[in-house]
Design a protein around this ligand. Structure first.
Ligand code: AMP
Ligand code: MG
Length: 418
């Protein structure tokens, strides 16, 4: 148990016993952000009929092939087909039907001439251009054939996936249950923001981890049980944990180091937890606990605010995403070039708070500033974690490293660069 693991080893150890949560059926309306647990196949051809992609006139290509501005083709109009109506007559040679976007193509027609290329007539139409001959028909089943995979299991449901599910009639869907995640912070020095007068007096600090970790879990769609702050007292700690044994994950912060009041590990052990991990060769975040308390995984994050968030990113996020049933659970890394030289004091994997930006095609990373593990503003400014492996304690400016992108922040742009 004393041995320290590499980041990769720790990740593998943590995730090895974690399985997707059981499934439930929900209404499609409530599906945003949930993870589909079963493949959904299309029971229909979609679109269900050949339909027009233009407002215009359904015709036969042969009839309009010679049309031009100076020699318009004039055809009688048989009917007007609105979207939501069916055609009633066939388009025979030398005739046309007025048709709206999305309306079914009448038998006999093989083209839709856009209305802009006509005089817009209702009983007869003058066609002034042949460019749409043979065009503007969206064939039945173009998007989905019967039995085609509409949305795959393991997909996180965003607007487009939900729209596809709606199109194929999946009004109720089978998804993984939302993880119930208990979050507990410990430390005698901590108070909640409503006791900020104690902070002003210089007696206490706010438990920012209670906020960052609850927000991190919620961002992943977890149902959070916020256990608040527990003082450095093993009995209170034990009682608080006993109240959440039904959860799918317990995340604690603080008390996992080697200080005189760091007894998180002892409490967990006394409750019968199996400890799988105690230290990771990384900075920030070296003290990191993981174990199983019965069937509930426990992730013991360090108390330092940056360490807590960085270790959540590396280990907590993939864990919750695995519980959610997601297929890809890790953040993406990209190659970036360091804007500045970096010199490190220990052969550990370092996760440095950085700002990645793109310049003439390449990605560059600069550090947010001082990298102390208590400097939470460094995390607030960062859009990426710059990864410096243990064998590269000296990095020159311009060298290539990996950066782990921190979500939407890392790809948002102040301008529309299209
Ligand atoms: P610990 O891991 O308990 O030894 O705490 C390490 C450092 O993180 C100490 O400076 C603590 O005051 C600080 N810390 C611990 N828990 C929190 C928390 N919930 N919010 C903010 N800082 C914390
Ligand atoms: Mg502490």
């Amino acid at each position: 148990m004393a041995s320290a693991f590499s980041v990769q080893e720790a990740s593998a150890r943590i995730l090895s016993g974690i399985r997707a949560l059981p499934v439930e059926t929900i209404r499609l309306r409530d599906a945003l952000g949930r993870v589909l647990a079963e493949d959904v196949l299309s029971p229909i051809e979609h679109p269900p009929w050949d339909n027009s992609s233009m407002d215009g006139y359904a015709v036969r290509a042969a009839d309009v092939a010679a049309a031009g501005a100076d020699r318009p083709v004039v055809l009688p109009v048989l009917e007007t087909i609105a979207a939501g109506r069916r055609p009633t007559v066939r388009v025979d040679p030398g005739t046309a039907s007025r048709i709206m976007t999305g309306a079914p193509i009448p038998d006999g027609a093989d083209s839709v001439i856009r209305v802009e290329d006509t005089d817009g007539g209702e009983s007869r139409v003058e066609i002034r251009d042949a460019r749409d001959a043979g065009r503007n028909i969206r064939p039945r089943g173009e998007d989905l054939q019967i039995g085609a995979l509409a949305v795959a299991r393991g997909e996180v449901l965003g607007p487009a996936q939900i729209g596809v599910l709606a199109s194929v009639g999946a009004g109720a869907i089978v998804v993984h249950r939302r993880p119930r995640v208990a979050v507990l912070s410990s430390g005698d020095e901590l108070v909640d923001v409503d006791q900020f007068d104690l902070v002003r007096r210089g007696d206490r600090i706010v438990s920012s981890n209670s906020y960052t970790l609850v927000a991190s879990a919620r961002e992943l769609g977890a149902d959070v049980v916020d256990l608040g702050i527990v003082p450095d007292d093993p009995d209170e700690y034990t009682a608080r944990i006993k109240s959440v044994l039904e959860c799918d994950l317990l995340i604690t912060s603080g008390g996992v180091s080697v200080g005189a009041f760091d007894f998180t590990k002892d409490v967990l052990k006394s409750l019968g937890a199996e400890l799988h991990l105690w230290r990771v060769r990384m900075r920030p975040g070296a003290p990191l606990g993981f174990g199983m308390l019965g069937s509930m995984p426990w992730l013991g994050l360090p108390g330092n605010p940056v360490s807590a968030l960085v270790t959540f990113e590396l280990f907590g996020r993939p864990l919750i995403r695995t519980l959610r049933g997601e297929r890809s659970v890790f953040r993406r890394t990209i190659d970036v070039r360091a804007r500045e030289a970096i010199s490190l004091a220990a052969p550990l994997t370092h996760f440095m708070r950085a700002i990645v930006d793109w310049e003439s095609g390449g990605a560059w990373a600069r550090l947010t500033g001082p990298q102390g593990s208590g400097l939470l503003t460094s995390m607030a400014h960062a859009n990426a974690l710059l990864v410096v492996p243990p064998d590269r304690m000296k990095v020159a400016a311009g060298e290539t490293l990996k950066a782990l992108l921190l979500g939407e922040r890392s790809i948002a742009s102040p301008s529309l660069d299209v």
